[in-house]
Design a protein around this ligand. Sequence first.
Ligand code: HEM
Length: 176
Amino acid sequence: MKGMVFTEFLDMVEETFSIDMVDDIIDAANPKSGGAYTSVGVYDHQELVDMVIALSERTDIAPDDLVKAFGQHLFKVFFEKFPSFFKDINDSFTFLSSVEDYIHPEVIKLYPDAQLPRFDCQREGNTLNMIYHSSRHFSDLAEGLIIACARHYGEQVEVKREMLDENSARFQITRC
Ligand code: HEM
């Protein structure tokens, strides 16, 4: 997983908790990489999962909720770092549908070693179905990104999630 994801996660931990918490969870997770993350590096995604578990143990916040909160943080970072992906898009369904067809393919051009999920999207009126496929099991991250996206466009949505199999989840996003 790209180092940017790790450095942004640790920035969120520092902002929300403290720099001591950052040091503490890196120590507890004892990552194989050594834990000196840089945005240009690539690390095993399990190291992120281990830090989330360490943070959960110290904050009593469930790992799923921490990853969802991180998804919301990451959306704001993407908006700042990649303004071109938001150009001429005025609603969440158009933006979310563009992740598979345009945004992630552009991400791969920028970072050929990125490991990205696949989304199958289908729109039916006020509902967008997004099926998430990834062996990395970050559907909580996807949910946080989806929620932040709706908020970004000032929309009220209901997000339902159903696990389809070990590596796939269906998000049913309905505009209220
Ligand atoms: C401007 C918008 C976006 C950009 C620039 C972007 C870029 C990225 C990057 C750089 C990664 C890390 C890849 C790696 O670590 O190797 C990533 C992963 C991921 N992205 Fe996006 N993304 C965007 C929007 C979204 C949205 C809206 C969703 C959800 C619907 C999403 C879902 C995910 C998930 C779940 C992962 C984790 C990897 C996995 O599950 O296999 N992304 N994305």
